[in-house]
Every structure is written in structure tokens, then in C-alpha cells.
Design a protein around this ligand. Structure first.
Ligand code: NAD
Length: 461
């Protein structure tokens, strides 16, 4: 009860701060983005140490996927925010002539950002950049599964911003649920589909606008025109980055039957090139986040399916990069998002069959297709639905701030990154401004015979 009261007080404090108008000024927003930029740069080695402590994340991967991605997003916002924040003039309608019509982006107010553990620093701070850019206040609730990173995020924010503006609340599901009871003006959630449903229900109760960044099984299609060697490198990189614990990792490969054998050989060779003959010794391969996920993955790993890899070490929460063949859609591994370093390789005969397979399952967060055929590429892009897609690559679409990132269907709702982050925390207020003259009386009662004039007018428009 006390904790809830404290949270209530915190939200109240942020509401008062937001209502002071201070966070809305453009110079203030730019200054806060710069302040965060310096803080992240200063804490670079502490961030790497926290991620290494939480799940052995390689420093290179922490730099690329947690630090550099945030810094480049901040730079992008600093460059473009002035333009995004300006009211946009749109065409006036003749019905209202003469009028001036504008769209004013206005900040929602106080936002709640709930993050996932797999990119624990970036996944709470990146939405927060949108909150700052829009002029909101925010409370961040990072994942309890990465305590070192959550602690570091809390300290970094505490040292950089006053709590009535931006702050971290640490805790697990109960803390999230207590926060979800409070009158936020925006909720931004990153995490699993089942928890996404809980968050959406809580938001619906108070009619709070919500962004849901969820997950699912992202397919990776390879046809027989693809350059298999390059495809294998890009698939292995995307799958085993962060030990497969990436929301947009290729969950499974669907390869055209006649090139399945060479693709498997290329994938296997690439794994050894990247991580050596014993990946347990590689400094470039992360560990599984906790025992629960380690055992979940171990249960999905059936010895009869192993093409290569398959070694595990519970003490280290290590699971080798593993290729699985002879998997069918009835196997448990195809019933849930894998979220670990296990890659099932299934086959298809014709492209329409592969498309049908993808469409028979929930809409994924990402879809990857390796092919040299423009016609086949277009066919896959126009006949399937996914949050985003890459042709002849994996994951890279989310590094372009000009491309909004998000899911569709069960993989999520709404987008962020770049301008989409600003928009995620902004209401688009439509404003029509008129002078006092002329004041055409056609619309005013008594209507009398005005109906005929009205009809003529609308026909003429
Ligand atoms: P999760 O849903 O278990 O947890 C996410 C957050 O929700 C955490 O902060 C957690 O404390 C909180 N939470 C957990 N149970 C809750 C409950 N009952 N009520 C309220 N809050 C609760 O997800 P996770 O395991 O941290 O992350 C993995 C999932 O997130 C995967 O499905 C992955 O695909 C997805 N994900 C999506 C994206 C994206 O951008 N779309 C990014 C990363 C991860």
C-alpha cells in the first residue's frame, strides 16, 4: 500500500511538473537530449559491465546494440526535432473558406515505459527519447531480470534528471501492475505477447493510448536463387546475436527443398567461423538470461533434431548455437517464440506454399527473405503481413531511423524509432483558425429553404 502511495505521489509530482509547461519548450527538449547523450557517453564502460554481469553480453554487441543505436537516435532527433515539433499547415477546406488549418503536435503528458530484459538498456531509453522529444515526463520500469542494468539505468537517470521529469521505478510484475493502475497519459510497453494483453487491458480500462512492442516467430525464407553463403552469414549473425534473445531474430528458416542441404552446410560452417569450434569459449557469444529460460530452451531441444551444436552447460547457462533439421510444425519448438540460440530449418517446395505457411500463423514482428528474384521478393512482400521485413538481410531494418519500427497483429501495435518515436508520445491536434468575417449564414437556423442551397453547394464542391 505504501509502495502504491509512493508511486501515486510520483505520478502526481510528474503531472504537476508537466503542467508547469517546462518540458514543452523546444530548447528544453533539445537540452535534455544533449544531457542524456553526454551521460550515456560518460557511462559507456559501466553500461558494458552491467550487461556483461547480467548475461555475459559481449562488449561489442553492447556497444552496437545498446549504446551506438541510442546515440545515433539522439543525434537524429537533435537534427530533426525542430522540424517535427512545428505545427504543420495543411490545405484548408473550401467549406470553411477563409481559414487557416494546422496540426499541432502536443505531448500526451506523463508516460509509463515498461521494458523487456533482452536489450535492457536500449529498450527503456529508446522510447524515453520519444517522450523527451515530444515534451512528456516519464517513469521507466525496466525488467527485473537484468538487475545490474536496471540499477545502472536508475542511477544514470537519477544523476541526470530530476525525478519529477524522468525517473526509474524498479521491480517485477507486481510493480508493473501497480503502475498500470495509475492515471498515465501514455503507456509504452515492450515485452511478450501474453503480458502485452495484460497491459492493453489495463490501458483500456482508463482509455490510455498504448504502444505495444511485442514478439512472435519471425520467419526467414530462402529460395533457390539466393546466394547461400552470404545468406548463411546474415542469418547466423541475426540469429545468434545476443544468443538468439532478440525480438526480431529469425525464429526459424524456411528454405526451398532443393537447396536445404547446402544451406545447412553453409550455416554450420559460418557458426564455426564466427564462434570457433567450441562457442562456449568465444568471447562473442552471450549466455541465456536465467535458469527458467535455460530449462525452457533445453526442453525444446530434442536430440533427434540436432544437425549441429546442441551442447549445454547449466552452470554457465550456455546453449551452443544449434541448427535443427527434421523439425515439423507439430513439434513444441514451433509452438512458441524460441528466443534462444536454436534455429530450426524447415523446407518448402514452392514459394506459394511458403507464403501459405507464413500466413497460417500469427503475423510476425519481422519477416526475412533471401532471393535474387525481384518477382519472388515482391510476391512475398505483398502477400504476407509482418511488422517489418528485410530482403536479403536480417534485423538491419530497425537501424534506419527513417523506418518506423513496430509489429502488426499479435506482434504489436504502433511504431517508434526516429520521427515515429516523437509521434508515439504526441497527440496530433487539429486546429482550424478563422477571422470574424465573412460569416456566411447558410449553416445557421432557421434553415427554411436553405436545404436546396446546401445541396447545390455540396454538389458544386
Ligand atoms: P515480459 O513480457 O515477460 O516482460 C516485459 C516487462 O513486463 C518486464 O518489465 C516485466 O517486469 C513486466 N511484466 C512481466 N509480467 C507482467 C505482468 N503479469 N503484468 C505486468 N507487467 C509484467 O517480456 P520479456 O521476457 O522481458 O521479453 C521478451 C519478450 O519481449 C519476447 O517475446 C520478445 O519478442 C519481446 N520483445 C519485443 C521487442 C520489440 O521491440 N517488439 C523488443 C524486445 C523484446
Amino acid at each position: 500500500m505504501n509502495a502504491l502511495l509512493n508511486l501515486q505521489t510520483l505520478v502526481q509530482l510528474q503531472k504537476e511538473h508537466f503542467n508547469s509547461g517546462k518540458t514543452r519548450s523546444l530548447p528544453f527538449r533539445l537540452q535534455m537530449l544533449r544531457r542524456l547523450q553526454s551521460a550515456i557517453e560518460k557511462e559507456e564502460s559501466a553500461i558494458m559491465a552491467a550487461l556483461a554481469a547480467d548475461f555475459g553480453k559481449p562488449a561489442f554487441e553492447t556497444y552496437a546494440t545498446e549504446i551506438a543505436i541510442l546515440l545515433s537516435e539522439i543525434k537524429f532527433m537533435l537534427r530533426h526535432l525542430g522540424k517535427w515539433a512545428k505545427p504543420k499547415r495543411v490545405k484548408s477546406s473550401f467549406l470553411n473558406f477563409p481559414s487557416k488549418d494546422l496540426i499541432y503536435p502536443e505531448p500526451y503528458g506523463v508516460a509509463l515505459v515498461i521494458g523487456a530484459w533482452n536489450y535492457p538498456f536500449q529498450l527503456t531509453l529508446s522510447p524515453m527519447l520519444g517522450a523527451i522529444a515530444a515534451g512528456c515526463c516519464a517513469i521507466l520500469k525496466p525488467s527485473e531480470l537484468t538487475p545490474a542494468t536496471s540499477q545502472l539505468t536508475a542511477r544514470l537517470l537519477q544523476e541526470t534528471f530530476p525525478p519529477e521529469y524522468l525517473t526509474v521505478v524498479q521491480g517485477g510484475p507486481e510493480t508493473s501492475q501497480a503502475l498500470l493502475e495509475l492515471p498515465f497519459d501514455k503507456i509504452f510497453f515492450t515485452g511478450s505477447v501474453p503480458v502485452g494483453r495484460i497491459v492493453a487491458q489495463a490501458a483500456a480500462k482508463q482509455l490510455i493510448p498504448v504502444t505495444l512492442e511485442l514478439g512472435g516467430k519471425s520467419p526467414c525464407l530462402v529460395d533457390d536463387t539466393a546466394d547461400l553463403e552470404v545468406a548463411a552469414r546474415r542469418i547466423v549473425w541475426g540469429k545468434f546475436l545476443n544468443a538468439g534473445q532478440t525480438c526480431v531474430a529469425p525464429d526459424y528458416v524456411l528454405v526451398q527443398e532443393n537447396v536445404a542441404t547446402p544451406l545447412l552446410a553453409h550455416l554450420d560452417r559460418t557458426i564455426r567461423q564466427f564462434y570457433g569450434s567450441n562457442p562456449a569459449l568465444s568471447p562473442d557469444f552471450a549466455r541465456i538470461i536465467n535458469d527458467r529460460h535455460f530449462h525452457r530452451l533445453q526442453t525444446l531441444l530434442k536430440p533427434a533434431h540436432i544437425y549441429s551444436g546442441g551442447q549445454t552447460d547449466a552452470a554457465q547457462r550456455y546453449i551452443a548455437p544449434t541448427l535443427l533439421s527434421k523439425v515439423t510444425w507439430d513439434d513444441p519448438i514451433m509452438q512458441e517464440e524460441i528466443f534462444g540460440p536454436l534455429l530450426p530449418v524447415l523446407t518448402f517446395k514452392t514459394l506459394p506454399e511458403a507464403i501459405q505457411t507464413v500466413n497460417a500463423h500469427p503475423k510476425p514482428l519481422a519477416l526475412y527473405f533471401f532471393s535474387k528474384s525481384r518477382t519472388a521478393q515482391e510476391m512475398v512482400l505483398t502477400q504476407t503481413s509482418s511488422g517489418g521485413a528485410c530482403i536479403n538481410d536480417t534485423i538491419s531494418h530497425l537501424t534506419n531511423p527513417y523506418l518506423p519500427f513496430g509489429g502488426v497483429g499479435t506482434s504489436g501495435q504502433a511504431n517508434y524509432h526516429g520521427k515515429a518515436s516523437f509521434e508515439a508520445f504526441s497527440h496530433q491536434k487539429s486546429v482550424l483558425t478563422k477571422g470574424f468575417n465573412p460569416d456566411v449564414p447558410l449553416r445557421y437556423p432557421p434553415y427554411g429553404k436553405k436545404m436546396n442551397w446546401m445541396k447545390k453547394f455540396f454538389k458544386w464542391l
